[in-house]
Design a binder for this molecule. Sequence first.
Ligand SMILES: Nc1ncnc2c1ncn2[C@@H]1O[C@H](COP(=O)(O)OP(=O)(O)O)[C@@H](O)[C@H]1O
Ligand SMILES: [Mg+2]
Length: 208
Amino acid sequence: MRYEEGVLAKGAEAVLRRRELFGLPAVEKVRVKKSYRLPALDEAIRAGRTRNEARMLEAIREAGVGSPRIYYYDPDGGVIFMEYLEGIRLKEVLEGGADGRVLYLVGEALGRIHSRGLSHGDLTTSNIIIHRGGVFFLDPSFGSRDASEEEMGVDVNLFLEAFRAAHPRWEELLKSFFEGYKESCPFWKEVFKKAEEIERRARYVKGV
Ligand SMILES: Nc1ncnc2c1ncn2[C@@H]1O[C@H](COP(=O)(O)OP(=O)(O)O)[C@@H](O)[C@H]1O
Ligand SMILES: [Mg+2]
C-alpha cells in the first residue's frame, strides 16, 4: 500500500505521519474525528484512547519492555508525538521466515508486562516492531494498568491467533513463545489456563 508523502499508516482510527521534532525522528499519531458518533462522545473517546495509549506506552517502558518514547501528547487534540522506531514489524519478520529466537523474545516481553499487572489489549503482529534486535510494543490504547488474568489471557490468545495466520511453521515456533513467557511471568500457569478457557469459549460460539 502506498500513501501520500510522509504518511506511515492510515488505520480505521488514526493517521500516522513521519515527523521531525527538534531534529529527532518522530511519529505523529492523530486520531481522526468520526462523524457517525455524537460529537461530545467522539471527543471523549478520542481523548480517552489517546491518554491511555500514552500512559500505557510509558508503563510498558517502565516495566522494562521496549516502546516508543512519548515526546508530547494532547488528549483533547487526539495527538501523540512519539519516537520513530526504525525497524521491521513482526508481521514482516514472520513473512520472511523468523526463527524461534524472536518468538522467545516476544513471549518474554509479554510475560514481563503481565508480571507488572499490565495488559496490551491489541497484540497483533502489526503492533510489534523489532528494533535494534529487541521487541517493541506499539498501539496499546486498549491496554490496562490493572489487568485481570482474563485480560492477560486475551493478550495471549490474540497474539497466537495473529501468529498462526502469519507463519506457516507456527507450531514449531510456539514452544519458544511459551518458554519466553514462562521465563518472565511467575503466574504463567494461571494465564495459560485462562487463555485456553477463552479459546474454548470462542470455539463454542463459532461452533467449531
Ligand atoms: N513509533 C513508531 N515508529 C515506527 N513505526 C510506527 C510507530 N508507530 C506506528 N508505526 C507504524 O504505523 C503502524 C500503525 O500504527 P498504530 O499505532 O498501530 O496505529 P493503528 O491504531 O492505526 O493500528 C504500525 O503498524 C507501524 O508500522
Ligand atoms: Mg496498530
